[in-house]
Structures are given as C-alpha cells and as structure tokens.
Design a protein around this ligand. Structure first.
Ligand SMILES: Cc1cc2nc3c(=O)[nH]c(=O)nc-3n(C[C@H](O)[C@H](O)[C@H](O)COP(=O)(O)O)c2cc1C
Length: 206
C-alpha cells in the first residue's frame, strides 16, 4: 500500500500534477473533426508525393473488422484520363479540377484458413464497407488537417459509377472501387456545417 502511494506520488511529481495528464491532442482532434467539410472546387496547386503519402497513411490507420484491412488505393493525377476512367460520373468537374483523385478500393473477400486447419478458403468479407468508410473518413480528416480540401464521392454500390474505374484501372475480380475522393487546395471558403442535434440522443432507451 505504502509502495503504491509512493509510486503515485513520484508519478505526480514527475508529471507536475496529481492526476493523469489530459491527452494533449484532444482539442486538436475535436477541432479537426468539427472543421472538416466537403470541398468541391480546387486551385491549380499540385500536391507533393509526401502529402499524398500522409493522406494514405491516415486512411490505412483506420480500424477494420478482424484487422483485415481490405483496402487498396489508386492515386490519379492525370486529368486527361478521367473521361475514360470515370466515364459518365456526375462528379467529373470536381475530379478534373483536383490535384489528385484517390480511388479507395475494397477487396470484398477474405482468405481464411479453417479453424480445424486445412486449405485456405476464400469467403465474403462481411465488414469491407464499414472498413472502407472508416478509411475514407480518416483520409478526409487528414486532408482537413493539412489545409487541403476533399469530398467523398460515392462509387459502390452504383454500378454505373464503379464499373468504369474498375475496368479502366484493371482492378482484380474481387476488388471494387468503394469511394472516389478528389483532393486539392480549396478554391473557395467552404465552412463546416453544425450538425449537433441533441434530439438524436437517447439515454437508457429510445
Ligand atoms: C457515402 C457518401 C457519398 C457521397 N457522395 C457524394 C457525391 O457523389 N458528390 C458530392 O459532391 N458529395 C458527395 N458526398 C458528400 C456529402 O454530400 C456531404 O458529406 C454532405 O452534404 C455533408 O456535408 P459536409 O461533408 O460538408 O459535412 C457523399 C458523402 C457520403 C458520406
């Protein structure tokens, strides 16, 4: 008991306070989340390879069911290809303005070894949509934190939107383009929307 008290006292002296220090980044994280907004027009300014890597590092840090990480990313910067790659997509004007377009792709299957052993089997992955949604939001939050603008545009489950990039980009059979995110430096001054609504919250039961 005495040893535990002394240890706590030493820890408090070392950190300069009596209790556990608050997470130093909590405010920054809330600021980042609450300032994110969809940005649909961009300047001509290019992005560096490092910036793209940072966005993808954030995406890949997302949680995923059984930590399967079913994502892959195709990074595009040549707008002259987009009439083919995104043929018929109503978001084309945003893609063509953006410094980069990131296609977030999902493997809809997972290869598992049966519990009792034996040959690995390919099964549907039940959580790939959730996993990719988390990765997409992470990417958008990273863009916001870097002073960039981006917008989540839907791909899956709209066949007319996901088939052109699936074919043009040579995706494997079980992989689908889940979301398409144009990103660049904002041309306008979009503001975040206040979505806080206490009426959506139920304590204890609905
Ligand atoms: C699944 C999903 C699909 C979306 N698809 C499009 C789209 O195709 N084009 C577009 O301009 N915005 C699209 N958005 C962005 C939404 O319109 C936007 O998030 C919403 O209006 C709220 O605005 P905010 O992002 O600024 O908070 C999509 C968002 C989500 C989550």
């Amino acid at each position: 008991m005495i040893r535990k008290t002394l240890t706590l006292l030493a820890a408090a002296l070392l950190t300069g306070c009596a209790g556990p220090a608050p997470a130093p980044t909590a405010d920054a994280v809330m600021d980042n989340i609450l300032s994110r907004k969809s940005v649909r027009s961009y300047t001509d300014q290019k992005l560096s390879d490092e910036q793209i890597t940072t966005l993808l590092r954030a995406a890949m840090a997302a949680p995923s069911g059984s930590n399967i990480q079913p994502w892959s990313f195709v990074v595009l910067t040549d707008a002259s290809e987009y009439d083919t790659v995104f043929a018929g997509n109503f978001n084309m004007d945003k893609f063509k303005q953006a410094a980069a377009v990131i296609v977030l792709c999902a493997d809809t299957t997972v290869t598992r070894t049966p519990r009792g052993g034996g040959e690995p089997v390919v099964q549907p992955n039940g959580t790939w949509r959730d996993d990719l949604g988390a990765a997409t939001e992470n990417l958008l939050l990273a863009a916001e934190s870097m002073g960039l603008g981006a917008v989540w545009t839907a791909s899956y489950p709209y066949k007319d939107r996901y088939m052109p990039p699936k074919v043009a980009l040579g995706l494997p059979e079980t992989v689908v383009p889940y979301a398409i995110v144009p990103v660049g430096y904002p041309a306008g001054d979009e503001q975040p929307k206040d979505k806080w609504d206490p009426a959506r919250i139920h304590y204890g039961r609905w």
